[in-house]
Design a protein around this ligand. Structure first.
Ligand SMILES: NC(=O)c1ccc[n+]([C@@H]2O[C@H](COP(=O)([O-])OP(=O)(O)OC[C@H]3O[C@@H](n4cnc5c(N)ncnc54)[C@H](OP(=O)(O)O)[C@@H]3O)[C@@H](O)[C@H]2O)c1
Length: 313
């Protein structure tokens, strides 16, 4: 498939956003990077935004910055969520359900990437798979009924990395105990997130439910993604090259804002920047490699994701 954009030569931009008064968006990892910029775009149009972040101080600082920009009445707050700890996901979901009656979209944006050495979460998962996939899988499950009642959406923020690395879920050694590399483990986690999203679409359709699931990626964007976790050489490489090969965090946020708000999007599609190997450029539909639509692997991944929760609950 060639890369196309249905929104003209400029692609999708936030100029397409109408009023979002009365809408509520929940975004994971919104204190910085693409999640923060998505929050800004949504607040600009009068939406309520609930950020689900792991760090209270950074969240308070982000909210202060947003209130300086949009005024004290800006409807933005945060719920503490650490996707690396399944108990934290349960507590956060419960707090959210107690306080937020409507969810027009849950944007699964938070992630860690390129973790230099193998690390395990407290629940025993390789850290990128644990945070990026297992944490969000549980969160989506716990919030699903509220999203369904709101006729809302789930937006999964993937990555071009899904088609790099091993290009598969390494079921025989999910934690990479034998062959850990930062790239392969990150790529697996993003493939897992995307496989989950397309499997969820299939299950929602089969069950006659009303949740839309949309998948996007931010291309290459200048954010904090590699700051904490990547190896020194990787950080240096990114510092040297990102001014030339990457776009702003704001542009990186557009695909997720589009997927949360735009009506005319398709399931079984991937949206993001469409130029220079889908790293920058106008936002539209990108080629989607069949490996992300592998139903057999997706079913296996779903089963073991559910089993993990039963064990850790
Ligand atoms: N930037 C790129 O070029 C690029 C390329 C492809 C895909 N992506 C994807 O884009 C999305 C946004 O990333 P970004 O580039 O904006 O990175 P970022 O600036 O590092 O933002 C990531 C966010 O996730 C949060 N987070 C990390 N671990 C968490 C945890 N255990 N629980 C809850 N929140 C956690 C971070 O919180 P802290 O501030 O506390 O660390 C931060 O708010 C990610 O899904 C990433 O995989 C980015």
């Amino acid at each position: 498939m060639t890369t196309t954009t249905q929104f003209g030569s400029q692609g999708w931009t936030p100029e397409r956003l109408g009023s979002l008064q009365g809408k509520t968006y929940v975004i994971t990892g919104a204190n910085t990077g693409a999640g923060f910029e998505a929050t800004r775009s949504l607040l600009t149009k009068g939406a309520k935004v609930v950020m689900m972040n792991r760090n209270a101080e950074k969240s308070a600082a982000a909210i202060e910055t947003l209130k300086q920009e949009f005024g004290n009445d800006a409807d933005v707050n945060f719920v503490r969520l650490d996707l690396a700890v399944l108990d934290s996901v349960r507590h956060a979901a419960s707090e959210l359900l107690d306080t937020v009656p409507q969810i027009d979209a849950l944007i699964c944006n938070a992630a860690i990437a390129q973790v230099a050495k193998q690390e395990l979460t407290v629940d025993g998962f390789e850290s990128q798979l644990g945070v990026n996939h297992f944490g969000h899988f549980l969160l989506c499950g716990l919030l699903f009924d509220r999203i369904e009642r709101s006729r809302g959406r789930i937006v999964v923020v993937g990555s071009n990395a899904y088609k790099m690395g091993l290009k598969k879920i390494q079921f025989e050694d999910l934690n990479f105990d034998q062959n850990y590399t930062a790239w392969n483990a990150y790529a697996q986690s993003k493939l897992a997130q995307m496989m989950f999203a397309y499997e969820l679409q299939r299950r929602v359709k089969a069950a006659g439910k009303h949740v839309q699931v949309r998948v996007c990626h931010p291309g290459a964007s200048r954010t904090n993604l590699l700051n904490d976790t990547a190896s020194l050489p990787m950080k240096l490489l990114w510092k040297l090259t990102s001014p030339f090969i990457a776009q702003s965090a704001e542009k990186g946020s557009w695909p997720e804002v589009m997927c949360a708000t735009e009506e005319s999007l398709k399931p079984q599609a991937l949206y993001g920047p469409t130029k220079r190997a889908e790293t920058v450029g106008p936002i539209g539909e990108c080629p989607l490699e069949p490996l992300a639509l592998n139903q057999e692997a997706a079913t296996q991944l779903w089963s073991l994701s559910e089993r993990n929760y039963a064990v850790s609950a």
